[in-house]
Design a protein around this ligand. Structure first.
Ligand SMILES: *Cc1c(COP(=O)(O)O)cnc(C)c1O
Length: 431
């Protein structure tokens, strides 16, 4: 089994966090996202403990809530004393409505409107991660209007070498996010931020990649960010209180992908930062990290009901399900890999090679191609693993398909965290 919270019971059914997935599908209906609350909490604790042990004083993880933004996840993050980052008024509002303390929230985004900035400051957001010079002026003006001094971080593009890290484009000099260090624009932005009356510059932010299995890219971006930090300290007498290295640690989606040791990665990043700060002769600033995927992805599975199979001799086999790109667009968007099981036939040979196809009128609506599962019949339950991140948060109502329910397996068993959307819900905005 891909994860240690998966098992097979005496009926040959897949169990998740100790519960029979076929029974969960029966009780709550499909398509259904099931989340293991305990596993989410343990991952938060792993980050918190490793960062406290190996990174400079004040270092802490912030959950990147675009991975899964529902009220219950913000309640869990508050209980686990995690910070959160939000990237839109919608995420900010969800966090606020869940009672999440806004002083521990960071507001991101490369294209914030005046309205977004006003809303964030009205909600007393702890930090705004400022993307560019236009935004800096807008934040300063709005903070002045509301009579506050707003703490900000500046989003920098640390100039990660695309030759060493080919698949990475978020941290490169030509990224749409942030201002580049190597063009001198980052330094200019620092100088303007320091001159603003209603802004307190708290530090710098970058986010350079996703689905990373080791520490290498984090160390490279830390080098560039801390070298910049030291240069600014020397030239302007301004020492950053925090440097945010962003998110990006990966999870294995299939047995071919490596398991990730988060604690070990953080230990190595910490060792690198300590040496670097020694060389640069600066007091190490607090390090923030923003894991999204690695907090929730491998704590979620999606259950579907099979509506039928289609065997095209000499070509391929399809398995049709009652969901698809509307609840999980990641294969359609990025050809993301997934592990699929026939949840009710775990003891049968997984020898039926097939493409799992969604219900939308769109030939690209696939969940996975060329997977092998026990041959299903109509009514069987399919389980797609590792769907806790960027599934529900990317769900749509294309073809007017209602979004699935989200069930959490908590300490006292399963409970509904988000109810299933109804047909009536689909019409709430139609006049
Ligand atoms: C998406 C994003 C993250 C989270 O990335 P993961 O790969 O899910 O860990 C963190 N910070 C920022 C700014 C992001 O855009």
């Amino acid at each position: 089994m891909l994860y240690d919270n998966l098992s097979v019971n005496t009926q040959g059914h897949l169990t998740f966090a100790g519960f029979d997935t076929v029974s969960l599908a029966e009780t709550y209906g499909t398509a259904l996202l099931v989340m293991d609350e305990n596993r989410i909490r343990n991952r938060c604790r792993e980050y918190k403990e490793a960062m406290a042990a190996y990174l400079p004083a004040g270092s802490r993880p912030l959950y990147a809530s675009k991975a899964l933004s529902i009220k219950q996840i913000y309640r869990i993050m508050q209980q686990e004393q995690m910070g959160v980052d939000v990237v839109s008024p919608g995420e900010l509002y969800t966090a606020a409505q869940a009672g999440f303390p806004m002083e521990n929230a960071y507001f991101h985004g490369s294209s914030k409107t005046d309205g977004d900035i006003r809303f964030a400051i009205e909600n007393r957001i702890g930090y705004i991660v400022c993307d560019n010079a236009w935004e800096l002026d807008a934040i300063d003006a709005e903070a002045a209007r509301q009579g506050v001094c707003q703490k900000i971080l500046l989003r920098l593009a640390p100039g990660i070498d695309p030759h060493t890290h080919q698949k990475i484009n978020t941290g490169r000099v030509d990224s749409k996010f942030g201002v580049a260090i190597e063009t001198g624009q980052a330094e200019q932005l620092v100088a303007s931020a320091l001159a603003k009356k209603n802004i307190e510059l708290y530090g710098y932010h970058c986010h350079v990649g996703s689905q990373l299995f080791d520490e290498a890219l984090f160390c490279d971006s830390a080098t560039n960010m801390l070298t910049f930090t030291a240069r600014i300290a020397e030239k302007y007498g301004y020492m950053a209180k925090a440097v945010n290295l962003g998110g990006g640690m990966g999870v294995p989606y299939t047995a071919d992908e490596p398991k990730v040791d988060y604690t070990e990665n953080i230990r190595k990043i910490g060792r690198h930062i300590t040496q670097l700060c020694d060389q640069l002769a600066i007091t190490p600033p607090a390090i923030l990290m923003e894991p999204g995927r690695s907090i929730v992805a491998d704590s979620g599975i999606t259950l579907y009901t099979v509506t039928g199979t289609k065997e095209i001799p000499g070509f391929k086999n399809y398995v049709n399900i009652d969901g698809g790109m509307t609840d999980n667009p990641r294969y359609t968007l990025y050809q993301s890999v997934y592990t699929v099981h026939n949840a009710g036939r775990m003891n049968a040979a997984a020898d039926f090679a097939c493409t799992v196809a969604g219900r939308c009128c769109e030939s690209g609506d696939l969940i996975q191609e060329n997977v092998k599962i026990a041959k299903p019949v109509r009514g069987d339950i399919l389980a797609v693993l590792t769907t806790g991140a960027y599934n529900y948060s990317m769900a749509s109502n294309y073809n007017r398909v209602p979004r699935p329910a989200v069930v959490m397996i908590g300490r006292d068993g399963p409970y509904l965290a988000v109810r299933r959307e109804t047909l009536e819900d689909l019409l709430t905005c139609d006049l």
